[in-house]
Design a protein around this ligand. Structure first.
Ligand SMILES: [Zn+2]
Ligand SMILES: [Zn+2]
Length: 260
């Protein structure tokens, strides 16, 4: 867990970012504000094979900017003078897998920050097809559209060699689609953003209680609440989730490690 804040950071925290490591794969899921610094605490950023984005809200991708700057300007990423950095090969260029249509949006972000090609040059960028199952090293990756304010995908990562299954709901309102997608998952990471359901308009987020209802409906082995502010009472959030879900539940904490 690199970051669990909602769209503004906790004190000392980061927005959404989750590092998934398996045999032959190191994948960063979402890269919100503050995530790059947290990533650097636990892994060398050139060793990340791929970054996968759930959706194009700022709190889920904005730290791609400093990440791309590191890949572009860090001395060991420079092609010259190679002799000054013995042992360095060609610069690292992790894959960046984004939702359909997001490539152009990221070019606009580059333009707005003064370097149109920053993200496309630093990363090997491609748009994933929602219906496809991706193979990233030893991981299989699947997507499920969920209801939010913009197109958003829940993401499942499974160890191809018969290992555990991790399902991340991303941001979404209540939906049966998630229950089916995440049925019997080993680790369910759901948002618990709201102190109460939205008073008006479309549903786009969950309360901790609704996250608990989803975990119960999925029969998930374990629930972790994320996308939750340090301005919400953690004990209240846990009580709300436990009212609906009898399995183990906790609030995500930066630096926490889960084995599935
Ligand atoms: Zn969002
Ligand atoms: Zn968000």
């Amino acid at each position: 867990m690199l970051g669990k804040s909602p769209s503004w950071q906790d004190a000392g925290g980061a927005c959404s970012g989750y590092l998934v490591r398996a045999e032959g794969a190191c994948v960063l899921v979402d890269c919100g504000s503050g995530v790059f610094a947290q990533l650097r605490r636990v892994v060398d950023y050139v060793a990340v094979d791929a970054v996968v984005l759930s959706h194009m809200h700022a709190d889920h991708f904005l730290d791609l900017i400093p990440y791309a700057c590191a890949l572009t300007y860090a001395p060991r990423q420079q092609p010259v003078p190679v002799a000054a950095w013995p042992g360095t090969g060609s610069p690292a260029r992790p894959r960046l897998l984004v939702p359909p249509g997001a490539s152009e949006q990221l070019r606009a972000v580059g333009v707005a920050t003064g370097h149109a090609g920053l993200l496309h040059e630093a990363f090997e960028l491609s748009e994933y097809a929602i219906a496809e199952t991706l193979a990233l090293g030893g991981l299989r990756v699947r997507f499920q559209p969920v209801p939010h304010y913009i197109p958003t995908n829940a993401i499942e990562l499974t160890q191809a060699a018969g290992g555990g299954r991790f399902t991340y709901g991303a941001d979404h309102g209540p939906t049966d689609a998630l229950d089916e997608f995440a049925a019997h998952t080993d680790l369910l990471l759901l948002e618990g953003t709201l102190p109460r359901p939205e008073r008006a308009g479309r549903r786009g987020h969950l309360t901790p209680g609704e996250a608990g209802e989803h975990a119960a409906a999925c029969e998930a082995a374990r629930l972790v609440l994320t996308h939750i502010s340090d301005e919400l009472d953690e004990d209240w959030a846990l009580d709300e989730a436990r009212r609906a879900y009898a399995g183990p539940v906790e609030v995500a904490r930066a630096g926490a490690v889960y084995t599935v």
